[in-house]
Design a binder for this molecule. Structure first.
Ligand code: GLY
Length: 317
């Protein structure tokens, strides 16, 4: 079928405090651009927004640098529990898994749940579903994340968060980060979808629930789609993704909705970021944290926010 609109794509690999070295920055840039290139080329061939979002999330989950899937951070008890959600803007269906363990791609479980009458499952239900679907058991632990946890244990868990990306220099730094991955796509038929996946904050209490599998952290309608990153509690308190999307659905421009929402978040001293697309093809991103690891395809070129530091709360193109 002939494409009706020019597809748009934006992805993120977390937000947090500054990357330590150029090595880290270039590694992250290469990783994000590779995902943009592959997923955008799928959108051009006519795949749906939801399919593109799932493929982008899988690639980011499989990249051990990011805090989702392989490379997820460890919680206080040294276990990995991951959360992911998918929202299809056209069907307005939200689905997700909360604190799932021992699977490679939590976003695939969120995709399966799109067509289930029970669309958000917590730890026990997710484990049951993985068993029913015969999802192969997979250990997403990486040496760097284990090293990071052991360092924190030796330091009596002084940090409240794990590093935003897993890099040797990150594991050795004292910088806190807020890792997550997310993808928002507008397909060639004008349809939107958003997906978000995370290993959580790192070092958190057992049973803590992330924003990533809530509409606060991931939301889409036929008007706009948003994926958030940052401290989950701050995102939940702002109800950030749903707030931005509903403002756009009510008639506000994406740029205004982002600016108003990030101005509020900044006033409330939140630590977070978000990526967004609307049905007209507008792309936007915002942060109150120091850095946002995001990249986008505007139909002509690839851009990213890795060195975006002009003091503005939002960017727009
Ligand atoms: N935003 C990811 C988390 O706080 O779990």
């Amino acid at each position: 079928m002939k494409l009706q609109v020019q597809p748009k794509l934006i992805i993120h690999g977390g937000a947090g405090s500054s990357l330590q070295g150029k090595g880290g920055l270039e590694t992250v840039r290469r990783s994000l651009h590779a995902v943009i290139e592959e997923v955008y080329s799928l959108l051009v061939t006519g795949v749906s927004a939801s399919e593109a979002v799932v493929r982008g999330c899988q690639m980011l989950e499989d990249n051990p640098h990011f805090n989702a899937g392989t490379g997820s951070v460890l919680q206080s008890d040294a276990q990995i529990r991951m959360s992911a959600s998918l929202m299809d803007g056209t069907s307005r269906r939200f689905s997700g898994v909360i604190n799932v363990s021992r699977v490679k791609n939590p976003i695939e479980m969120a995709l399966f749940l799109q067509n289930s009458p029970d669309r958000v499952l917590s730890d026990f239900g997710s484990a049951e579903l993985a068993r029913e679907l015969q999802v192969p058991s997979y250990n997403p632990l990486t040496d760097l994340r284990l090293k990071e946890w052991i360092q924190e244990r030796d330091d009596n868990f002084k940090r409240t968060m794990a590093g935003v990306v897993a890099e040797p220099e990150m594991a050795e730094s004292s910088n806190a980060g807020r890792g997550t991955i997310g993808v928002v796509a507008l397909d060639g038929y004008g349809k939107l979808a958003a997906g978000t996946s995370t290993g959580g904050k790192g070092f958190e209490r057992i049973g803590r629930v992330s924003d990533s599998a809530m509409p606060a952290g991931n939301y889409a309608t036929s008007y706009a789609g948003v994926s958030c990153t940052g401290i989950g509690e701050d995102i939940i308190d702002e109800c950030l993704a749903a707030k931005i999307v509903i403002r756009v659905s009510d008639g506000m421009s994406l740029q205004k909705a982002m600016l108003r929402s990030f101005t509020e978040a900044s006033k409330n001293e939140r630590d977070l970021g978000a990526i967004a697309l609307d049905a007209t093809g507008a792309i936007s991103y915002g942060k109150t944290s120091e850095i946002l690891l995001a990249a986008y395809h505007n139909g002509d070129t690839i851009g990213d926010t890795l060195e975006w530091n002009d003091g503005e709360l939002i960017g727009y193109c």
